[in-house]
Design a protein around this ligand. Structure first.
Ligand SMILES: NC(=O)c1ccc[n+]([C@@H]2O[C@H](COP(=O)([O-])OP(=O)(O)OC[C@H]3O[C@@H](n4cnc5c(N)ncnc54)[C@H](OP(=O)(O)O)[C@@H]3O)[C@@H](O)[C@H]2O)c1
Length: 277
């Protein structure tokens, strides 16, 4: 989902007469490179010797990570280690994407980059290990934590709501899980700014504002004038394999202070996404 949007954005920057960026983009989808295979990663990276490596690959099915622990660890923790080591060899900078699920959700306010991590799920734990490997194994890195992604090229909450709306008149959605829905097209733009400015370290990037899953679903149906009844429920009433943080809203002040970039409110981003469907 994010990978496709960032590749599209980079290709736009290269072809647009305004930007006319002197870039070469080498795309490595799963079928071309499996990041869990150390030798393959090393060979691929050394043969291209890139200046920058952007890792959008991950095992993102949070519930499946609970039962497929070994694979989740390989993709989310070992893969980034192999990428970081190969990047160090050829002097490349690594841009790595991480998640709000590295936090336990007990904060009353939005999480900033220095807050204590304490993941509740296998997904969060393996992603945190991935962050540590990036920090430990390469010389130059940028880790971007983001949250609640929606975009045109993958499975996401908005698409699930639209699919359910196709055959249900009533839905029950949780009210006590809060986060910042983030449009992958906006995240791709912010990544571009961070890359261009040579930013390093950890940054939080999400659309402005926050909501519960219940408010998010209501907003989707209201925007599209769908006549669906949305019932509020507590997360304790919605059984799922993974434990998720109740408040994983990210504080993105560092992004604004350092780059001048202000992410637009999630409602605006969602409207833009729905209009582009
Ligand atoms: N989605 C969210 O709500 C969310 C929230 C916070 C952070 N993030 C982070 O944001 C990043 C992008 O997420 P996304 O939602 O765009 O992910 P996505 O749509 O699930 O895409 C992940 C990609 O990684 C690939 N992949 C999986 N295993 C691989 C392997 N062993 N080698 C190479 N590629 C592999 C997948 O290929 P296959 O489809 O072939 O497996 C897929 O193309 C991830 O780091 C994720 O952890 C996501």
């Amino acid at each position: 989902m994010l990978g496709t949007d960032i590749v599209n954005l980079l290709q736009e920057k290269m072809s647009s007469p305004i930007h006319n960026e002197d870039l070469e983009v080498i795309v490595a989808p799963h079928e071309k490179l499996d990041i869990t295979l150390e030798d393959e990663v090393s060979k691929f990276i050394s043969s291209h010797a890139p200046d920058i490596i952007l890792n959008c690959a991950a095992f993102t099915n949070v519930d499946k990570c609970e039962t497929e622990r070994e694979m989740a660890f390989k993709v989310n923790a070992s893969g980034p280690k192999y990428i970081a080591s190969a990047a160090k060899e050829c002097g490349a900078r690594v841009i790595h994407i991480s998640t709000d699920f590295v936090f336990d959700g007990s904060n009353d306010s939005p999480y900033n980059e220095d807050n204590r991590t304490n993941p509740l799920s296998e997904y969060g734990r393996t992603k945190l290990e991935g962050e540590r490997n990036i920090q430990d194994y390469c010389n130059s890195f940028l880790i971007v934590r983001t949250s609640w992604l929606f975009g045109h090229h993958g499975v996401n909450f908005v698409e699930k709501m639209l699919e359910l709306a196709g055959h249900k008149k009533e839905l029950s959605i949780v009210t006590d899980e809060t986060g910042s829905p983030t449009y992958t097209a906006d995240l791709a733009e912010a990544l571009w700014v961070l890359i261009k400015k040579g930013c390093e370290g950890i940054f939080h990037v999400a659309n402005e504002g926050s909501c519960s899953r219940y408010e998010w679903a209501k907003y989707i149906f209201e925007t599209l004038s769908y006549n669906i009844k949305v019932n509020p429920i507590k997360s304790s009433q919605y059984k799922r394999p993974a434990k998720v943080p109740l408040n994983s809203t990210l504080n993105c002040q560092k992004l604004t202070t350092i780059t001048g970039t202000q992410m637009r409110p999630w409602q605006e981003a969602l409207s833009a996404y729905l209009n582009k469907q």
